[in-house]
Design a protein around this ligand. Structure first.
Ligand code: AMP
Length: 218
């Protein structure tokens, strides 16, 4: 589907605020192209590319990969025809002031900057129970979305989902927050993410409808 005035959205929040899940919801609702820099980097690591080998060192420690490894890749992806025609949803970028500046200087201005607010202890609780099924790629949570008993033994945990690494990822998120958000004052909307998936989706859906009505988009 190509839209006349496609939407451009940045979804932001600490690790485990639900950005991935809400991105699936937004993508299904609006048909925009979902770009997750975390997924893109994990694919590079899995394929053992040169970029993957460099990024892995930072990712395993819960640190941000250097700006020069990620900025051009992300900006080039946003200029591809599918993003131009259908609009985009950026998940995991920008994460530093320099990344936000590069986006803005490239003229890639979002219609909405959606910030999902969840406190740190809730993030730690959510992430430390998070496991992936390597066969299907489905992500489970041992407390909120338990896996079937027969596949439990094959589940794996992301190296950066261990508790000590999570705390570092949260610290780095908070350290960069102001320098990123300052670029998006006019598009900033805060969503309360503590009450779970449905409540968060509902708030995000309403925000997007408001934006469409305001801007006459899509
Ligand atoms: P995520 O799945 O979005 O939590 O990303 C996983 C990891 O990928 C992060 O902890 C960083 O090491 C790296 N990463 C993803 N996006 C970026 C970005 N925009 N800038 C720097 N590092 C990133």
């Amino acid at each position: 589907m190509s839209a006349q005035h496609p939407l451009h959205i940045i979804i932001d929040g600490p690790p485990a605020s639900g950005k991935g899940t809400q991105s699936e919801f937004i993508q299904a609702l609006m048909g925009v192209i979902h770009i997750s820099t975390g997924d893109a980097l994990r694919a590079e690591v899995k394929n053992n590319t040169e970029l993957g080998q460099r990024a892995k060192i930072y990712m395993e420690k819960g640190q941000l990969v250097p700006d020069d490894l990620i900025i051009d890749i992300c900006l080039n992806r946003l200029r591809q025809p599918d993003c131009v025609q259908r609009g985009w949803l950026l998940d995991g970028f920008p994460r530093t002031g320099s990344q936000a500046k590069a986006l803005s200087e490239a003229g890639l201005v979002p219609d909405l900057f959606i910030h999902i607010k969840v406190d740190d202890e809730e993030c730690v609780r959510r992430i430390s129970g998070r496991y992936t099924d390597p066969v299907t790629g489905i992500i489970y949570n041992l407390t909120t979305n338990p896996p079937p008993a027969e596949i439990r033994s094959r589940l794996t945990q992301r190296a950066d989902d261990r508790e000590e690494v999570i705390r570092d990822r949260l610290k780095s998120y908070h350290a960069q927050y102001d320098s990123v958000v300052q670029y998006f004052q006019g598009q900033f909307v805060e969503i309360d993410g503590k009450d779970g998936i449905e409540s968060t989706s509902k708030q995000i859906g309403n925000t997007i409808i408001d934006c469409i009505l305001r801007k006459g988009k899509v």
